[in-house]
Every structure is written in structure tokens, then in C-alpha cells.
Design a protein around this ligand. Structure first.
Ligand SMILES: *Cc1c(COP(=O)(O)O)cnc(C)c1O
Length: 361
């Protein structure tokens, strides 16, 4: 078996011990003579999986009792609709920070439902900078403040979060979920598509504060209403069983490594290796993102020419480092280095970057 270093942005690399466990127990889950994906989602075995997944997330984030953990389908993208439909009451508006592709998409969907007030728009800086959180002019009457903690495409990450008093912060944490310590205070809702840091595609993890459930209008159809899922422990309909099962294993793996504190340390080490390689070879590589908001999950960088970028991506792939091409909307190169990327993977990349610069600079 030759496991390569996979720098794709999502779906992406997952922890090898988890993949091995999935393989090990796939045909015969806990001696039941069938796999987990063949079982009823009402079975005791599956219930243990889903409650186990919710509990390990509760533990990782030390969630107080007034937060629910939900597992929904439709990706993080589905939340761009569900959030305003449920949590933006008629006649009110929400505040929005537009920091890149994902928050722009979230804003577009929100505006189909209700009013959104843009308190920061990064477009003038090509989405390569974030404001000082304290400088934001927030509306104290806003229904919520929506932010995207890490812009997966632009490589921009909030290092500290805006404080909005009684206005709940709703955060798209898809690409830096479970990668750093976090105090849940102030957050009304966190949501994350699993396929970056938490598991395979197919499930979205939602952490939602109870009081917000009171806003969900009865006029919404069942699936679209958070109340439905909260009152049925995300078992109103068939949950994405395989994805939830893998999320449980990935979160347990992380807990065994030391939880969010360890994730944060590893992320600093991994990203530090790649950013250092950029700095060390600054005549050759350039990171366009402002220093105070560089992502520890998605490191974006440019080479002197597009030809060299192509060559870089191809030669890296030949050395078993794949997925380094930047998103088609922005070009350049991007190394996505989530929790499951071994430190050795980023070290190999940094060494390759040194070599490539020496040969082509
Ligand atoms: C990947 C991503 C999404 C979209 O997730 P889907 O599960 O594909 O809908 C949304 N927001 C961010 C920050 C992402 O990285």
C-alpha cells in the first residue's frame, strides 16, 4: 500500500487508523453479521453510534447543556438556506462579514430570504485581509452575525472572533472545525460540512443554542425546520449513517490525540512549516494573504509565473504529493493541511518547496 500525501481541500485526507478501523469492522459490525450501513438507523447499535458522535463533539467543545448537536444532510450549503429560514424573523436583519467565496454564497442565499447588512466586505482587498474584529460596526438589533471562520478557497482565517454582545454569532466552521480551542460563549450556532476536518462528505455537524430554536417558524416544512431535528435527536428521517459513524471515529481519534488543544498545536506546526518555506524562499513564493489572518488549514501561495505553478503541481504529484492546485476561481497553489495530515506530510512539502525554488528560481 502506498498512501500518498493528499493536500486536497475537501473531501480530503482522513486519519489512517480510522480508515483501518472502518475496514476492519465493515463486514461484521460488533459481531452482528452485517455492516453498519446495512443496519436499521433505529437499531441499538446505530443509536449508540449517533449519540456517541454527538457526545464526543460535546466533550471536545465542552458544550453546556443548552447547546444541541445535530447531524443533517445537504452539506454546509444547505445551511445557507436553513439559517435565514429559521433564524431571521420577518422584519429583522442580520449582520454579515463577507470574507471570501463561502461567505459570499451564504450571503446570496440569505438575501433571497430576508435582509442582510454587510458589516465587512473584503472584495476591495481581493478577500486577502480581515478587519480587526473590534472595528466592526455591528447592529445591536441584528438577528445574528454571520461569519465564516476559515475561507477554504482564499486561505483567510479569523484568529480572534468578533464579539457581538447579545447578538448571537453564527459561524460557518466547515474548514476549521475541531482544529483549535474555542470558547462557545457568544456563538449561537456553529455549522460544518464534515468532509474537511471531521469525516467523509454527507453530513453537516450543527451546534445550536436552544434559545434560537424558539425562532423557527411553524410554517416551514419538516426537514427545513431545526425544531424537527432537535426534537427528534436528528432521527426524524434516516440520517446519513455511514458519515455519522465515521465522524464519531474521527472525533474519537482526535480526542485520543489530546482534543482541540492538541489539534491547535499540530495545526500551528504544520502550517508553520509551509509558511516558513514560503518566507525562506520569498524571492520565489508569495503568500497573498495578510499576515494576521493566514489560515492554518489552507495555505495559499503563488509562484513567479503560472507556468511554474503548473510545473510545481505536476512535479509534486510525481513525488506523491497531490491536490496542490489552487481553486479554479483564484488560481495559484493551495496546500490544505487539516487535522489528519501527518506532520511528515507538511515537512515533505516544505522540503519539496525548497528544492523546487532552488532548481527553478
Ligand atoms: C466546503 C465548504 C462549504 C460547502 O460545504 P458543502 O458540504 O459542500 O455544502 C461551505 N463553507 C465552507 C467554509 C467550506 O469550506
Amino acid at each position: 500500500m502506498n498512501r500518498i500525501y493528499n493536500f486536497n481541500a475537501g473531501p480530503c485526507t482522513l486519519p489512517l487508523p480510522v480508515l483501518e478501523q472502518v475496514k476492519e469492522e465493515f463486514l461484521d459490525y460488533q459481531g452482528k453479521g452485517m455492516s453498519i450501513v446495512e443496519m436499521s438507523h433505529r437499531s441499538k447499535e446505530y443509536e449508540d453510534v449517533q449519540f456517541g458522535a454527538a457526545n464526543i463533539i460535546r466533550k471536545l467543545y465542552a458544550l453546556p447543556d443548552n447547546y444541541k448537536v445535530l447531524f443533517l444532510g445537504g452539506g454546509a450549503t444547505m445551511q445557507f438556506s436553513m439559517i435565514p429560514l429559521n433564524l431571521l424573523p420577518e422584519g429583522r436583519s442580520c449582520d454579515f462579514t463577507v470574507t471570501g467565496s463561502w461567505s459570499s454564497k451564504a450571503l446570496d442565499d440569505t438575501r433571497k430570504v430576508g435582509k442582510a447588512n454587510v458589516v465587512f466586505d473584503g472584495e476591495k482587498d481581493n478577500y486577502m485581509a480581515l478587519p480587526d474584529p473590534a472595528s466592526l460596526k455591528l447592529d445591536p438589533q441584528a438577528a445574528y452575525l454571520h461569519i465564516t471562520s476559515n475561507e477554504t478557497i482564499g486561505g483567510v482565517e479569523w484568529h480572534s472572533f468578533p464579539e457581538s454582545g447579545d447578538v448571537p454569532v453564527i459561524c460557518d466552521m466547515s474548514s476549521d472545525f475541531a482544529s483549535r480551542r474555542l470558547s462557545i460563549e457568544g456563538f449561537g450556532m456553529i455549522y460544518a460540512g464534515a468532509q474537511k476536518n471531521a469525516g467523509p462528505a454527507g453530513v453537516t455537524i450543527i451546534i445550536l443554542r436552544d434559545d434560537l430554536l424558539e425562532r423557527c417558524p411553524d410554517t416551514l416544512t419538516a426537514y427545513l425546520n431545526y425544531q424537527t431535528h432537535a426534537s427528534k435527536d436528528s432521527m426524524y428521517n434516516t440520517p446519513p449513517v455511514f458519515a455519522v459513524y465515521m465522524v464519531k471515529l474521527v472525533m474519537e481519534w482526535l480526542m485520543n490525540k489530546g482534543g482541540l488543544a492538541a489539534a491547535e498545536e499540530m495545526a500551528a506546526e504544520r502550517s508553520g512549516l509551509v509558511y516558513s518555506a514560503i518566507e525562506k524562499n520569498s524571492a520565489f513564493y508569495r503568500c497573498p494573504v495578510a499576515e494576521n489572518c493566514r489560515s492554518k488549514m489552507n495555505v495559499v501561495f503563488r509562484l513567479p509565473t503560472e507556468e511554474l505553478e503548473k510545473k510545481f503541481v505536476a512535479e509534486a504529484a510525481a513525488e506523491d504529493m497531490i491536490g496542490l492546485k489552487g481553486h479554479r476561481s483564484v488560481g495559484g497553489c493551495r496546500a490544505s493541511i487539516y487535522n489528519a495530515m501527518p506532520i511528515a506530510g507538511t515537512r515533505a512539502l516544505a522540503d519539496f518547496m525548497d528544492d523546487f525554488a532552488a532548481k527553478n528560481g
